[in-house]
Write a protein that binds this ligand. Structure first.
Ligand SMILES: Cc1cc2nc3c(=O)[nH]c(=O)nc-3n(C[C@H](O)[C@H](O)[C@H](O)COP(=O)(O)O)c2cc1C
Length: 330
């Protein structure tokens, strides 16, 4: 069975880490492990699979994240995902939205660790050649975090699960919006490190509030990897350091401008298949944050890429506002 390198992962983020975003991230890092947005098992089973699950080989390695609470349906969706060529299936045990709670999955499954273990086993049996991993919180509501996290991990590990991504804060299922649930409950990195110390045979990945690669490497020392979410999406240039710093490999782009140039053929191909320009450019708005011309870059793209028929020349127009920092990076 294939197990991937989780040293640096980019978090699954609904409406953000779509296939265009992942293709862009690949101009910045070849080695970070990318995750899809969460798809429900029912969407995978009943939806337009090509649209929902289709991805480009350049995105790999890429993990498909699934949400659901019925082992049979999770198994079916995992099998379909494996058939599409995904490199890992990840189960979402952390999302707190009302929609997800109504379906009794996501973070509320922190209260049902036996069911999580069954979901994991069903998915792994249906997708035997790739690893099925779990992304969880440390607890929900008034749960004791140590016992809820350890119960979840131990029951799934007893079935054979080896890799756990832990968003190191509770979710509060009533009273907080999903957005507040990513900021308000306090982070507890130490509990995640304790989990690794006490379960050294398991692979434990830390997520939540990591500001950049340095911060991730510092807080994730002794763990099996870190997962960056919002920071990497909003300031993607930090990923230019990922391959040299984390994987000892050369970066796929020497500069921000070079990354855009490498994204350009992908943009053109997606346009020719009918995708609107802003579907690709919305993921690169933050690339020149805090750089000279960065505001004009963002403004040009956000105002002009949404116009009907907008083409790749808009990206060139936006590039005219910024300087190539390749020399500085070299
Ligand atoms: C816009 C957005 C959408 C998200 N969608 C998902 C999702 O589909 N599945 C999931 O497990 N987590 C989702 N998350 C949570 C992230 O994966 C991550 O756990 C969280 O943002 C904490 O990491 P960070 O502080 O590095 O962003 C989402 C977060 C954001 C900001």
């Amino acid at each position: 069975m294939k197990r991937l390198d989780h040293t640096l992962c980019i978090a699954p983020m609904m409406d953000w880490t779509d296939r265009h975003c992942r293709a862009f991230h690949r101009t910045l890092t070849r080695h970070a492990l990318l995750y899809t947005e969460m798809l429900t098992a029912d969407a995978v089973i009943h939806g337009d699979r090509r649209r929902l699950l289709g991805f480009s080989g350049i995105e790999q390695p890429v993990a498909l994240q699934l949400g659901g609470s019925d082992p049979r349906r999770i198994a079916e969706a995992a099998g379909i995902g494996a058939g599409f060529g995904y490199d890992e299936i990840n189960l979402n045990i952390g999302c707190p939205s009302d929609r997800v709670q109504a379906g009794r999955f996501g973070a509320c499954l922190m209260r049902e660790p036996e069911l999580v273990a069954r979901l994991w086993a069903a998915a792994q049996t249906a997708a035997p050649n790739i690893e099925v991993t779990i992304k969880s919180r440390i607890g929900v509501d008034d749960q004791d975090t140590r016992s809820s996290l350890f119960a979840l991990v131990d029951l799934a590990a007893r079935e054979g699960c080896r890799t756990f991504v832990v968003h190191a804060r509770k979710a509060w299922l009533s009273g907080l919006s999903p957005k507040e649930n990513r900021d308000v409950p306090p982070l507890d990195y130490e509990l995640v490190r304790t989990l690794k110390r006490e379960r050294p045979q398991l692979r434990i990945i830390l997520n939540g509030g990591l500001r950049d690669i340095d911060h991730g490497l510092a807080e994730g020392a002794g763990l099996d990897g870190v997962m960056l979410g919002r920071a990497a999406y909003q300031n993607p240039a930090m990923l230019l350091d990922a391959d040299p710093r984390v994987f000892g490999a050369s970066a796929p782009s020497q500069s921000r401008v070079h990354a855009v140039e490498q994204y350009m053929p992908y943009i053109e191909a997606a346009l020719s298949q009918g995708a609107p320009l802003h579907a690709m450019t919305r993921h690169i708005l933050g690339l020149f944050n805090a750089q000279p011309g960065g505001r004009a870059w963002r403004r040009t793209l956000s105002e002009q890429a949404v116009r009907a028929g907008a083409g790749v020349d808009i990206v060139r127009r936006a590039l005219a506002h910024v300087a190539d920092d390749a020399q500085a990076a070299a």
